[in-house]
Write a protein that binds this ligand. Structure first.
Ligand code: NAP
Length: 488
């Protein structure tokens, strides 16, 4: 952990009820955190399990009344302290993130600012949880609607955004007056634990924000999804795991939000600004080495601009500098591990066998955790690469003839998270935006997420929204009060 200025941010055990909790009861007492760029051991973290998850839920339950009865202003002040501390420690938090996850330092800094922005946003939104009055059907009654925190929230998050995927959920939960337990991905626990250290320094009371780190995903997941004291479960991860967790939540009829997989189309029409489309495709495809849920998965280019787009795009991808995210000038880091590289390599191999052509990359990078930025042409929408979430630095280019055809091709997926298209024709912009079956659409824009916007998908990409004025809804219950007997 070289060059971390504040060594107290690097923690090695779970944070439960305001205490750093080390357990020696598990068969495997420690988790090894590995730097994906070098394969080197970064540190070991105490391996919590079912017992610690139970403790964390209990702590969150015990803290609920205290936290939910604070005024929105009081909660907001503490959350703003947390936001300020995250920004003050942005450099250290970014280094920790790059070391455990791999993304280039500049991207990691962006993730810290992005995650912190949700804490700032919901610190304010919590002050605007308005109720309603409804005209009653008879004069002797009044109808009032109030909104209350749903209760204890449990979360499971993935490794690709080890800070922001937690911040997006915890900020909304805490802003709504809920308490929170998160189990971060086993590969990236350090960012989550650093957030807990800063939450404590910010004055967030014990039991309000708990982090349990352990490799028993199934066992800990069962507690978080089936515990009767957990009122709401929120998950970010793959669609198959999300489906299994929804089934588990059914046992106690929990409210769930799911941020699952995607298969984003990126459409370039012949009236597009091609240079702008190239910039958008680069940022939406190669950020985090292609490992984001809203990453472009299929690039559709209208046939009369196919050559112009492909030539410039290949040149832009070729200019990416692959390497250790801590090295200056590196713009694309490793993938999370060698299994992820093998999955991507297989998709490329199968595409080539089906007729695709590798025009750039197509090989493992400097070690088994790297895959070269790759561009494939001659791809068709029926190849496996067009139907699977690639989750790696590979761009398949598919040509199309007209608007109707490309909307049908883009929608031909069970996923519905993000889509992008480039056009300067206002009529086309409306038609295509309305025709695409996705929760978020970037129009002449490849970077679409921030705290002010409702992030989320439709179809099998999930349900619920994170961020924006809608983001609190998932953490609130609506209660209707009928005030009767008002006749004299
Ligand atoms: P994953 O395999 O579903 O894992 C996500 C989390 O679930 C990890 O913490 C994992 O723990 C845990 N998990 C796995 N199996 C579990 C089980 N049976 N019970 C309880 N928890 C379980 O997904 P991933 O490969 O890490 O992440 C990539 C996926 O996340 C992609 O599909 C991506 O699109 C999606 N994603 C979606 C969004 C969004 O907002 N829609 C954002 C980011 C990522 P371990 O770490 O111990 O395996």
């Amino acid at each position: 952990m070289q060059d971390i200025k504040d060594g107290q941010l690097v923690k090695n055990c779970s944070y439960i009820n305001g205490k750093w909790h080390a357990s020696s009861s598990e068969a495997h007492a420690e988790i090894e955190v590995i730097n994906p760029a070098t394969g080197a051991l970064v540190t070991r973290v105490n391996n919590a399990g079912i017992a610690e998850t139970e403790l964390a839920v209990q702590a969150a339950k015990n803290a609920l009344k205290m936290w939910s009865s604070k005024s929105a202003n009081e909660r907001s002040t503490l959350m703003r302290n947390w936001f300020n501390l995250m920004m003050q420690h942005q450099d250290d938090l970014s280094r920790i993130l790059t070391i455990e996850q791999g993304k280039p330092l500049a991207e990691a800094k962006g993730e810290i600012a992005y995650g912190a922005a949700f804490i700032e946003w919901f610190a304010e939104e919590g002050k605007r949880i308005y109720g309603d009055t409804i005209p009653a059907p008879s004069g002797d009654k009044r109808i009032i609607v109030i909104k209350q925190p749903i209760g204890v929230v449990a979360a499971i998050t993935p490794w690709n955004f080890p800070n922001a995927m937690i911040a997006r959920k915890a900020a909304a939960a805490l802003g709504a007056g809920c308490t929170f337990v998160v189990r971060p991905a086993t590969q990236t626990p350090l960012s989550a634990l650093a957030m807990a250290e800063l939450a404590e320094r910010a004055g967030i009371p014990a039991g309000v924000f708990n982090v349990v780190v352990g490799d028993d995903a199934h066992g800990m997941g069962k507690i978080l999804t089936e515990h009767p004291d957990v009122s709401k479960f929120t998950f970010t991860g793959s669609t198959p795991v999300g489906k299994a967790l929804i089934r588990q939540c059914a046992t106690t009829v929990k409210k769930v939000s799911m941020e699952l997989g995607g298969n984003a189309p990126f459409i370039v029409f012949d009236d597009a600004d091609i240079d702008a489309a190239i910039s958008g495709a680069m940022v939406s495809k190669y950020r985090n080495a292609g490992q984001t849920c809203i990453c472009t998965n299929r690039i559709f280019v209208q046939e009369n601009v196919l050559t112009a787009f492909t030539e410039k795009f290949v040149a832009a991808v070729d200019a990416l500098k692959i390497g250790n995210g801590l090295t200056k000038g590196v713009t694309i880091g490793p993938m999370i591990n060698s299994d992820a590289v093998a999955d991507v390599a297989k998709l490329v191999k199968d595409s080539v066998a089906a007729g695709a052509k590798v025009v750039l990359g197509g090989k493992q990078g400097e070690n088994e955790s790297f895959y070269q930025p790759t561009v494939l042409t001659n791809v068709t929408n029926d190849m496996p690469i067009a139907h699977n979430e690639i989750f790696g630095p590979v761009s398949p280019i598919i040509s199309f003839k007209n608007e109707c055809e490309v909307i049908a091709m883009a929608n031909n997926t069970e996923f519905g998270l993000a889509a992008y298209f480039y056009s300067r024709d206002i009529g086309r912009i409306w038609r295509v935006a309305e025709g695409l079956e996705f929760g978020m659409i970037g129009i002449n824009e490849g970077l679409i997420s921030n705290a002010a916007t409702p992030f989320g998908g439709i179809k099998q990409s999930g349900n619920g929204r994170e961020g924006s004025k809608y983001g609190l809804d998932d953490y609130l219950e609506i209660k209707y009060l009928c005030l009767g007997g008002l006749d004299k």
